[in-house]
Ligand binder design. Sequence first.
Ligand code: GLU
Length: 371
Amino acid sequence: MNFNRVVIKVGSALVAPQGHGCSGQHLLSIARFITQCHLAGKEVILVSSGSVAAGRQLIQHGSPNPSIPAKQAMAAVGQMKMMANWQRFFDVPCSQLLITHGDLKDRKRYINIRNTLRILLENKIIPIVNENDTVATDELKVGDNDNLAALVAMVSEADCLLILSDVDGVYDQDPRTNPQAKKLKVINQITPAIYAMAGGSQNHIATGGMKTKIQAAEKAVDNGIATFIVDGAQPEAFDQLLRGENPGTLFTPQDSVTKAKKHWLKHTLKSAGQLVLDAGASKALTTKGASLLASGIVQVNGQFDVGDSIEMRCQTSEQIIAKGISQYNSRDLNKIKGQHSDSFEKLLGFCPSKVIVHRDDLVLINAQHKE
Ligand code: GLU
């Protein structure tokens, strides 16, 4: 397998093949695959649908198409069942993250989600993400877990997105009605013609369809994340993935995750402020691949918030040496600059992060110091 961190999206059709409840039928081979990924030293984040299906029979709704509040109640009761269903397949602990698009759009919450995922993975805990259906209104929700999984892959900086479905890839025509339909094994560019092949959702319990999967793939590849659509009901597909083969459709990114991210940090994000560093911190950033610590900051210029992009320069020169995402706002940084992280709690009353700019959120600017 050519990835280090993978987001695996499991659709409702796999969690609840009958359309209601929770089943282990397909999850067993998915869980086995996840365990094998762990054994190979890979990190795995799950995005699982199925809460609405799991709660369906527990909420009286009296119609084949339940109201939104009824679905939200189904999600509330079904989420626990769905999580319990997953946990029984693993010896390692599972954790639950319920998020909405509103959370991912908010810089502070985005950073919080990212930090949480980072720590869960460091502690060998499986993060299981779903949309927070109970609170999400139309304007705030992602709406389907394919796109949610792409956003989770971006926030977690995964290098692979694996969309498990009840189809084994993208076909040039509908394979259910046309036996001549051919599978597209590799898609290097997502064009309107690819969307046209996808059509809408065919499954009565799944929210998306091939269209939302292609939207997800488009988001992911733009961020350097290789994306597969694979039939999660076929255990052999997982053996193929483990052997580095492609059992479905692979969408290839143009750039690597690091390159795409560095490009975004360097060229797209506008800096909201500047940190002036002492010579030691400047050297640690440019030659040692270190994160930025507060102890090396001598001055904070401008007003910025947590999650904003900031520039860094050495106090001996005007030249910008790095750009990155700040874990603190400028007001708090003014209180902790020059200090050791042990004193943050005393100075601020809290310590969300020991580093000010994490190495993963930092790009060097000067060509001489290119990584
Ligand atoms: N969040 C929904 C659920 O857990 C699923 C949305 C989707 O499958 O795209 O039932």
